[in-house]
Design a protein. Structure first.
Length: 79
């Protein structure tokens, strides 16, 4: 785990905290996947549904960050 922190912080430095930090939200999904593959855990429909909700939230948040923001508002526009 100690060595994993070096890789994590190196990735944060290269990709930016706001962008790479969102990937941490996929941790429950990856934990579910690896527990099924490595430990033979049973994956229930409820856990798959929760994993899907987490992934959808991550995708939506990433899309919001990539969308350009408009500066000003209706008051700042002059004819």
């Amino acid at each position: 785990m100690f060595l994993g922190f070096f890789a994590w912080y190196a990735g944060l430095a290269r990709g930016g905290v706001a962008q790479v930090g969102q990937l941490q939200l996929t941790q429950p999904v990856l934990t579910l996947l690896w527990s099924a593959v490595l430990l033979g855990e049973t994956v229930t429909p409820a856990s798959l549904g929760a994993a899907l909700v987490v992934l959808v939230c991550v995708v939506v948040l990433q899309g919001e960050r990539r969308r350009p923001r408009r500066r000003g508002g209706p008051r700042s526009a002059r004819p």
